[in-house]
Design a protein around this ligand. Structure first.
Ligand code: ADP
Ligand code: MG
Length: 319
């Protein structure tokens, strides 16, 4: 890409006012660095994710869907800490200067920026195989962030939304890259549970977002908290759309190990049972109590009180 082409591209697609408006910046993109002020009493929560075409998303998905999915996956990490989104950076590797792709991608970013209140502070643009690296930054009141290591024996284990939909949606997107059914949308436009994460501050003892599959992600909570847990399989939240798409035997497997749902899994002391039910009703968001934190290390499964062996496939791993 010639340097004029590159600067023109950045200006047209990534320095749009709609991308910079949601959260003020002392200095936005265009200089060597952006300058950002963090409110007093807040900590900066930052997280990054790289998404590579063909591995994390299908290159022939509509560009707006690719942008939405990449940003949603990152925002979900802020949600899992109880942080409020503020800014993000975007490092984009593009095979060519494709105006249709860039316009769609930029429109997808604008949609997300406006929906979730996050502003694009800067980034980098290079030529190469399509890959997207996003870093999100948010704020959380000092000392209050939700961590993976705080689960306490006796906590209830909860999960938001439905599990397995993104894995079911990926199958739909494989059949048709532009699919827009409910399940396909759960894959390309998952909902980062930002409001729930912020509501859990000062209540939950631990939280994580379900990116690699429930068993693996809850596994991180129990190992880092040095506790164990038992999950009740009959409590797993399965959407009616997933139930209609895949056989009953596969539904549970997708819910336990499918991954990429970007729901929150969290542990709450028992005293919050009524409050979390009220939250679920008020926000019309299913929140399921799926298990219990116990002193004995490891993860155990049961169905209607009967022990069930752990499945072989525990979820996604790159290596
Ligand atoms: P430098 O050479 O100093 O690293 P660049 O030429 O890469 O700067 O970028 C110029 C400006 O454009 C910087 O402020 C940078 O943050 C911004 N920028 C570059 N690529 C992107 C992008 N994909 N999205 C948002 N801002 C970008
Ligand atoms: Mg520079």
């Amino acid at each position: 890409m010639s340097s004029t082409g590159e600067f023109d591209l950045i200006k047209r697609y990534f320095q749009r006012p709609q991308l910079q408006a949601p959260v003020p910046m002392a200095l936005g993109p265009g200089d060597d660095c952006a300058l950002l002020d963090i409110p007093i009493g807040q900590q900066l929560a930052i997280s990054a994710d790289t998404l590579v075409a063909g591995i994390h998303f299908l290159a022939d998905m509509p560009a707006a869907h690719i942008a939405q999915r990449c940003l949603a996956a990152n925002l979900s990490d802020l949600a899992a800490m109880g942080a409020k989104p503020a800014w993000f950076t975007l490092c984009l590797t593009l095979p060519d200067y494709n105006e249709d792709f860039l316009q769609g991608f930029s429109d997808g970013l604008v949609h997300m920026a406006q929906t979730y209140g996050i502003a694009l502070a800067g980034g980098d643009t290079t030529r190469g195989p399509l890959a997207i690296s996003i870093q999100v930054m948010g704020w959380v009141p000092t000392g209050q962030a939700l961590q993976r290591n705080g689960a306490q024996v006796g906590d209830d284990v909860y999960v938001s939304g439905y599990l397995g939909d993104a894995a079911g949606g990926l199958a739909c997107v494989h059949e048709d890259a532009a699919a827009t059914s409910y399940l396909a949308q759960r894959f390309f436009n998952p909902t980062p549970r930002l409001a729930l994460g912020q509501w859990l501050l000062g209540k939950a003892n631990s939280a994580i977002d379900v990116s690699d599959g429930l068993l693996q992600d809850l596994g991180h909570i129990i190992s880092q908290s040095q506790v164990g847990a038992t999950l009740s399989l009959e409590q797993l939240p399965i959407s009616k759309e997933l139930a209609a798409k895949v056989p009953a035997t596969e539904q549970e497997q997708l819910a336990l190990a499918g991954g990429e749902d970007f729901e929150l899994c969290f542990t709450l002391p028992r005293q919050w049972r009524p409050a979390i039910q009220d939250y679920a009703a008020l926000h019309d968001l299913p929140i399921s109590r799926i298990g219990q934190i116990e002193p004995t290390a490891g993860l155990r499964l049961e169905r209607d009180g009967q022990a069930i062996p752990m499945p072989d496939n525990l979820g996604w791993q790159h290596f």
